[in-house]
Design a protein around this ligand. Structure first.
Ligand code: ADP
Length: 785
């Protein structure tokens, strides 16, 4: 136990040791003489007073420190203030804190002995922005020499009494920090006064100054980063620039930022091959000059393509890189490179370098910049590749010269290239397995016609069952190793999408390899889906075309049969008909005297019937003979045709006192004989179905884009509109033979002729109002004819 005297001493000198009304145990006790030192006031009450004073000072200091930190925090985190405003606030804070008159910031270069004032907190007789001096003529060397905080309270003692700033500007006191700024000029941030100072700056004041300096460094570097990112953004988002120009500007920006004079984008077309320079600056190459380089493993770009993070080299000399051809040939001494890839496939490298060794290491910021640039280039290249492959898919699908098998094969080839996989297949879903219908690339056991083993639930089966595309870079990692396609056929990676034809699951388009690969990117999966659609579309089109061909063939066969039948029937019927009429006439002539009136009438009816039937058979024969003969069309002058027709119909015209008028008619492309039939039927009908006196028929023609529209208008009995379509059917008549003779074949023949010429025929009429029959015929290809 301690004596009460000792306890009292402890309590008085270490008040904080009293806890909860009791003195804490286990405290190392220092006797007062030792604790206060030999000079300490011997009397107890004086000692107590001093302790109290010290504590008050410490408390005040703590308070000041807290307030300072609080102020610093408020200034620096204020989002409404600009950098300059914040800097000013910090100058004010420092001036108050250190009791100095002026705060300033300057760019400095120790090697070049340069100093230039950038900002000052207040108007000053000598210090103002833009002031340049040799660094050695300023107090800032106190800071730059230490690489951190420097202070001068007594210039004479510190050896600063012969510098310019002391002699000419009368500066007596200095507190400053040297700030190394990444990617920018180095700075000093300092406070000065013309008043001398009794004692040097305290540890606390130096700490404050350090904090201020840290903030300035942080801010300057942040600005620097933002400026760089902003510049990158300005370049990459400029719609007026193409990829090449953007790349060039980015490389220039990077050179500037990393302080390296050479840069390039290297492409590695095949993994074991050489790198091709796609774009380079600072190499002194012509735009069309090709440069292939081949660094050793573990050197330069060869190392960079294999690593996920940037590769750097500050000075190749003395390292194994110095043995490499790149150093030997080009003297590339410092290097910073990053990998560029398209989707999962490596594309090459984006790199910067110099023939000079580099003094300072690459900072984290610089490494992240090159990574960012590499990502942008990767993204752009993938986007371009995507567009290219998509365009290729559409071109193949739309190419009319490719036969269906070639098309599928070329589509699969584009897929293999884009997904960087050697085998592409179109599979057809069968009941239990999938049949390979097309295969691009080779597999030791699989080929066109092969049926996959039934238990393959993970590959194509899953695609058709879920209706979703599937891509797996490593089948084993995905848990597919129990699948027969994995353990029997070694398919280690897979990307497949559904082929959907006429609303039905047809099968899949899929790509695979005997080795694994990295997981598929979003863009690759989108590409796969589009490829699936192209293949689906192609198969659907093939099926439609096959169907259409079938239908046309069937139609042609049935038309042929019909034509043969119509011809044979009408031809063969003529003979017995002729016999019927001949024998009836024989009967009439030979037994005229023996026949009574009724018998005579019956024979007349029979003869008329037979005649009528012969007419019908003749017309039918004419109808079946009208053939389509597009390639044999001539230029036919319709005026001449009409003249010929009116000549033929002269009897009918004269008997009815009909008036035929026509405008000058054009020359058309057609079959002369068929057009004569056409005009003849229409003009003859126009006179026949007419009770006006006189019957008038008017023929005219109007020009259309590539055809002529003809009209034959009469002032006859007209047709009810609901009958207008029927009259073009074979044997369809609106009148009995007693009223108007005819067979009902004329207009169907007209329709067939017009259709043969690629035109249309129609009628406009009202009963009692006359009728207008209109039809179109193709214009001649040479309008002068
Ligand atoms: P047909 O004249 O031998 O009876 P068409 O095929 O030429 O046979 O004509 C079919 C039917 O159309 C005719 O029976 C007639 O009723 C009607 N028709 C044809 N042309 C005219 C016309 N110019 N005016 C009124 N009706 C017509």
């Amino acid at each position: 136990m301690f004596a009460p005297e000792v306890i009292r001493n402890v309590v008085q000198t270490h008040p904080h040791l009293i806890y909860d009304g009791a003195a804490c145990h286990n405290v190392y006790y220092t006797p007062p003489e030792e604790f206060f030192g030999v000079d300490a006031p011997a009397r107890e009450n004086e000692r107590m007073l001093r302790t109290l004073r010290d504590r008050t000072t410490a408390k005040a200091q703590l308070h000041r420190r807290e307030r300072f930190l609080q102020n610093l925090y408020e200034v620096s985190s204020d989002p409404t203030r600009s950098f300059e405003e914040k800097l000013q606030a910090l100058f004010d804070l420092g001036c108050g804190q250190f009791s100095l008159e002026l705060g300033a910031m300057a760019t400095v270069d120790s090697d070049a002995d340069q100093f230039e004032v950038e900002f000052v907190s207040d108007d000053h007789e000598y210090f103002e922005a833009g002031l340049e001096l040799p660094l050695s003529e300023t107090y800032c060397t106190a800071a730059t020499d230490t690489g951190g905080i420097g202070s001068v309270a007594d210039p004479v003692a510190a050896g600063y009494d012969d510098i310019h700033v002391h002699n000419e500007f009368g500066i007596k006191t200095y507190l400053g920090t040297y700030i190394e700024v990444e990617g920018d000029d180095n700075r000093t941030f300092f406070f000065v006064s013309e008043k001398p100072r009794d004692e040097d700056f305290s540890a606390n004041e130096r700490t404050f100054q350090r904090l201020l300096g840290q903030w300035v460094k942080y801010e300057l570097e942040r600005q620097q980063r933002e400026r760089f990112l902003h510049e990158c953004y300005e370049i990459t988002s400029d719609p007026a620039l193409g990829f090449e120009e953007k790349l060039e500007q980015l490389l220039e920006l990077g050179c500037d930022r990393f302080d390296l004079e050479i840069a390039g984008l290297n492409h590695l077309p095949s993994w074991d091959g050489k790198f091709r320079l796609e774009k380079g600056i600072g190499l002194g190459l012509d735009a069309d000059e090709e440069l292939w380089t081949d660094p050793d493993n573990g050197c330069y770009c060869r190392q960079t393509v294999t690593e996920d993070s940037p590769v750097e080299m500050l000075d190749v000399r003395g390292t194994h890189w110095a043995e490499d051809a790149i150093y030997q040939e080009f003297g590339l001494t410092s290097y910073l490179g990053t990998k560029v890839s398209t989707g999962a496939a490596p594309y090459g490298t984006l790199w910067f370098g110099s023939t000079e060794p580099r003094e300072r290491p690459f900072s984290e910021t610089e490494r992240s910049f090159i990574e960012l640039m590499g990502q942008w280039v990767s993204y752009e290249i993938e986007r371009r590749e995507n567009n290219d492959s998509q365009r290729k898919l559409y071109e193949i699908t739309a190419d009319p010269d490719l036969d269906p098998d070639e098309k599928i094969d070329q589509l699969l080839a584009v897929g293999c290239k884009r997904l960087n996989l050697p085998i592409g297949m179109l599979t057809r879903k069968r009941e239990r397995a999938f049949e390979i219908e097309h295969m691009h690339g080779t597999h030791p056991e699989l080929d066109e016609g092969t049926l996959t083993p039934p238990l393959t639930d993970n590959y194509c089966r899953r695609v058709v069952n879920t209706g979703d595309s599937i891509s797996v870079g490593d089948a084993e990692a995905a848990g597919w190793d129990g699948d027969a396609l994995y353990h029997e056929f070694d398919l280690k990676c897979y990307a497949g999408t559904q082929v959907f034809v006429r609303g039905e699951n047809y099968g899949t388009v899929c790509f695979t390899d005997l080795g694994t690969r990295e997981e598929f990117t979003e863009a690759e999966q989108v590409f796969l889906d589009i490829l699936g659609q192209c293949v689906s579309y192609e198969i659907e089109r093939q099926q439609h075309e096959a169907d259409l061909k079938d239908t046309i063939e069937q139609l042609e066969r049935s038309n042929d049969r019909l034509r043969q039948f119509a011809y044979a029937a009408s031809h063969d019927l003529q003979e017995p008909l002729r016999m019927v009429s001949t024998y009836l006439q024989l009967l009439e002539n030979r037994y005229k005297e023996d026949l009574d009136g009724d018998a005579q009438d019956f024979i007349d009816f029979a003869v008329n019937g037979a005649n009528r039937m012969r007419e019908m058979v003749d017309d039918l024969l004419a109808f079946s003979r009208v053939e389509h003969a597009d390639d044999e069309f001539d230029s036919v002058d319709c005026d001449a045709v009409l003249d010929h027709v009116t000549d033929d119909l002269r009897m009918q015209i004269e008997e009815n006192d009909a008036e035929i008028s026509s405008e000058s008619l054009p020359t058309v492309s057609g079959d002369h004989e068929q057009l004569e039939h056409l005009f003849s039927n229409l003009v003859s009908n126009a006179i026949k179905y007419n009770e006006s006196d006189p019957p008038c028929v008017e023929i005219s023609a109007d020009q259309r884009a590539n055809s002529w529209e003809f009209s034959v208008t009469d002032n006859g009995i007209g047709i009810a509109p609901d009958e207008a379509d029927k009259i073009f059917d074979v044997f369809k008549r609106l009148h009995h033979d007693d009223e108007y003779s005819g067979t009902g074949v004329g207009l169907s023949l007209c329709q067939k002729i017009v259709n043969n010429h690629g035109g249309e025929i129609w009628v406009e009429s009202e009963p009692g109002e006359g009728a207008t029959f209109s039809f179109t015929l193709p214009a001649t290809r040479n309008p002068t004819q």
